[in-house]
Ligand binder design. Sequence first.
Ligand code: ARG
Ligand code: ZN
Ligand code: CA
Length: 335
Amino acid sequence: MKKILFGALILGLMSACNSDNITEQHENEATADNVSSGNITARGCASEEVRKVALQNNPELRQKFNELEANTEKFINNKALGKVLADGTIEIPVVVNVLYKTAAENISDARIAEQIAVLNADYSGTNTDATKIPTEFQSVSSGDTKIKFRLVNTVRKATTKTGWSTNDDMKKSAKGGIDATNPTNYLNMWVVSKMTSQGRTILGYATFPESAGLWNDGVVIAAPFFGKTGASSPFNLGRTATHEVGHYLNLRHIWGDANCGNDQVADTPTQTTANYGKPSYPLYNTCSGVQRSVMFMNYMDYVDDAAMFMFSAGQKTRMQSVVDASGARSGLRVY
Ligand code: ARG
Ligand code: ZN
Ligand code: CA
């Protein structure tokens, strides 16, 4: 990067915006800039003209020029792309797409920032309610998942639609939605007024890593459940996004979407079914004759926002495998 900046500096010093290193005749060639008004001559700058001739006559310089432009372009883009931080943390760049009819649905920048902050707290294990993790689960708690999120853009669009479904219309501009921004390299989140699936209101839905880079790849959340301030209790702590991004990073529901199902994570105890509300700990389930205390406080259960506050170490490994350089979502990192 230093090389690029240094190169640009040298080129800048070489440019001819003063008359030091160009002839009077060259300056006069810069016709459009060179307008006289009264006895003041507007400053003409012949840099581009001089460059043009130099580039035409010098293939080596032309090559340098092309490389410099390409590097500059890359530098600008990379600033907005995902990063691998010094400690190995993957910082995922996020684009939030807001579809609104009412002013309330056009959620504020502050609320979006709040949601990103919740994701960063939950995925780093620095959420204040992590202190509530029961002793028996502390040893299998993920702690810092080494996944972070950074908002890089917010796209807003007014719509006349009052409701959406899981048919992905919010991701198609032709259907009144907003097309994803480069889904290979960005986590796209869509915020819509309300959503139903089979006639029932849902909080959100996500695509799994097999959809990486497809036009519909990303996470959708209904505005009342996005962020915290002004959100709808008991889903007003931003945990719908924590849960949906979990799916985006290949986590399954903790009950394995079946009676005593398998979530493919060894350290999350098998449980009979989803839990709702605020269960009281401990809660025992029996599967195949084995009784276990279940981890209903996991983000991938269905409990209220205030009742979920942990990922497991096994879930962390599953998510890390997806954002790894060899993973399905390696596009979220920069090389
Ligand atoms: N029901 C939604 C889903 O199927 C999200 C549940 C999120 N839970 C929450 N407490 N916010 O993915
Ligand atoms: Zn879910
Ligand atoms: Ca399990």
